[in-house]
Design a protein. Structure first.
Length: 245
């Protein structure tokens, strides 16, 4: 599918999902996947800020990306940390040699096969609520068109999170972010259970949870909760027909 058509399809899919009971994690996972499909990047991930300001991992296009995001949080170092705290985009940063900016993060990213990084703030009306991280496996510049697409997807991600808070009421926003981050814990538990049951990797386990949620018009968080509490048997989960990441 041409990039323009895929972007239009993404916007339509997002619009269909932005209902009162929408699932932030599923929407941001979709955006991470579509970044990989429409921009010259290998992996993408999203972090959100807790009410107290700390960053938390929310969604990614792959398990290796998740590991890098979690390391940034633990080490308090990396592109997402800087992008979120400064509210400024990081574009075309090459990873290689002694990196004085991120001395601990850079070797780990290179070990995962990444050689350049780009990060965009999730920002609206002066408020930064998170960051969109993009990694490439080769060294090279994103084209101006790629940057525009990436920023557009970052803006969509921000609007998706804030769409019920037109006035940006602080309490409502904090409640929604807290719910999304707590939901991530449940999803990780469910992924682990499916991975162990099916003897598959975590990416495949997550794809299966998402497939079941979409096929049955359920929220991803609710499917994960049902798996964890035992009300939904893992063997009854639908199989994913998506291309494995």
């Amino acid at each position: 599918m041409a990039r323009e058509s895929l972007l239009v399809a993404t916007l339509v899919e997002l619009a269909d999902n932005l209902v009162d009971n929408y699932d932030v994690i599923d929407i941001l996972t979709l955006l991470s996947d579509r970044c990989v499909e429409t921009i010259d990047v290998a992996s993408a991930g999203v972090m959100l800020g807790l009410p107290g300001g700390e960053l938390q991992f929310v969604a990614s296009s792959s398990e290796s990306m998740r590991a890098l995001e979690l390391f940034q949080i633990q080490a308090n170092e990396g592109p997402c940390v800087d992008c979120y705290s400064d509210g400024v985009a990081i574009i075309n940063h090459e990873l290689g040699g002694p990196d004085t900016r991120w001395p601990r993060f850079t070797p780990l990213a290179i070990a995962q096969g990444f050689h350049s990084v780009h990060c965009l703030p999730l920002r609206l009306r002066g408020k930064t609520i998170g960051a969109l991280n993009l990694f490439r496996t080769d060294v090279g510049l994103l084209t101006p068109a790629d940057v525009v697409v990436a920023q557009g997807l970052a803006d969509v991600a921000t609007i998706a999170i804030l769409q019920h808070q037109s006035s940006l009421n602080a309490k409502l926003l904090n409640d929604q972010l807290s719910f999304a981050l707590n939901s991530r814990i449940i999803i990780e538990q469910a992924k682990g259970m499916v991975s162990q049951f099916d003897n598959c990797d975590m990416d495949v386990a997550f794809a299966r949870l998402r497939a079941h949620a979409r096929n049955h018009n359920l929220r991803l968080t609710d499917v994960a909760t049902s798996v964890v509490d035992g009300s939904l048997n893992i063997d009854d989960l639908d199989r994913s027909k998506e291309k494995q990441r």
